[in-house]
Design a binder for this molecule. Structure first.
Ligand SMILES: [Zn+2]
Length: 286
């Protein structure tokens, strides 16, 4: 199957009421763990490049390796820019070969968010690339390890979501309904009533950011009520770190590096498979 767009990978998710997992990759080890987990399960997956990685690295070499792995995959894989924070960043991702981008203008006034998103949609669609955007604001930056509370002032308003989609023509919409990036302070709770009101006026796939740490029951409820893509990063990152720590402790610190890579690889793969099961990800019909 290989590389596909976000549109293709989420094509049946609204009608059939399931979600596809979207996992950030940090290196070849993560990429291999995420893609091979999907292959072993026979399920589609969204492989994401986090924006902090993007800003720090010269990506042309890395991009080629990512693209090669996605194209060789036996299942559909969407290569997606996570939280593109500028017009330029999104254009670079399209140019580099991403089959999907997210432009995160959620901190901008809505008309400014619409203006940039609309232009990116026009360019991306001309290149056969899908676009995700965000309305409302999911708190804390990606990868934050300081636990934070959900701020209800930034929840998505259904009328804004409906207006934003009509104005921009985006393919998927990230909504703020009770999660934060990184770790939660307190007990996370999805506002199902709000999600229902958004789903009533929005027909395109909805995206949940900041999923790590959410109990299984909350994930299932969110998906049942309209979420079709779940972004999951902190959970796999911390699982890899815990596996490395455990391997070091079990061997009094005398371990070859490759064993640490293997331990983290297996830990990421295990979490990805578990989350795919919770998300109810279905194999794509031909
Ligand atoms: Zn996010």
């Amino acid at each position: 199957m290989g590389l596909v767009t976000l549109n293709e990978i989420l094509r049946e998710s609204v009608e059939k009421n399931y979600a596809v997992g979207a996992f950030d990759t940090l290196d070849d080890n993560f990429t291999e763990a995420i893609v091979s987990a999907a292959e072993e399960e026979g399920k589609p997956v969204i492989l994401m490049i986090p924006n902090f990685f993007w800003e720090k690295n010269e990506l042309s070499f890395y991009f080629n390796k990512l693209l090669d792995r996605c194209r060789r995959a036996s299942v559909p894989v969407c290569l997606h820019l996570d939280h593109g924070n500028s017009f330029e960043c999104c254009i670079k991702a399209i140019h580099g070969g991403c089959s999907s981008i997210m432009f995160d203008g959620s901190s901008l006034p809505i008309e400014e968010n619409i203006a940039v998103t609309k232009e990116l949609v026009m360019i991306a669609h001309a290149c056969g690339v899908s676009v995700e955007a965000e309305i409302g604001h999911v708190g804390s930056p990606e990868g934050e390890l300081q636990a934070s509370e959900v701020d209800k002032r930034f929840y998505t308003r259904p009328e804004d979501a409906e207006y934003f989609i009509a104005q921009t023509g985006v393919d998927a919409l990230a909504v703020a309904v009770g999660t934060v990036h990184g770790l939660f302070k307190g007990t996370p709770k999805i506002d199902i009533g709000l999600l229902d009101r958004i789903r009533r006026v929005v027909k395109i796939p909805l995206v949940l950011h900041g999923g790590s740490g959410l109990p299984e029951s909350e994930f299932r409820a969110a998906i049942e009520h309209g979420i079709n893509k779940v972004n999951f990063f902190t959970g796999i990152s911390l699982a890899a770190t815990a596996a490395i720590k455990e391997t070091l402790e079990q061997n009094n610190g005398l371990v070859h590096y490759i064993e640490l890579l293997e331990a983290s690889h297996q830990a990421v793969k295990k979490v990805v498979k578990e989350q795919m099961c919770i998300f109810g990800t279905q194999p794509l019909a031909d």
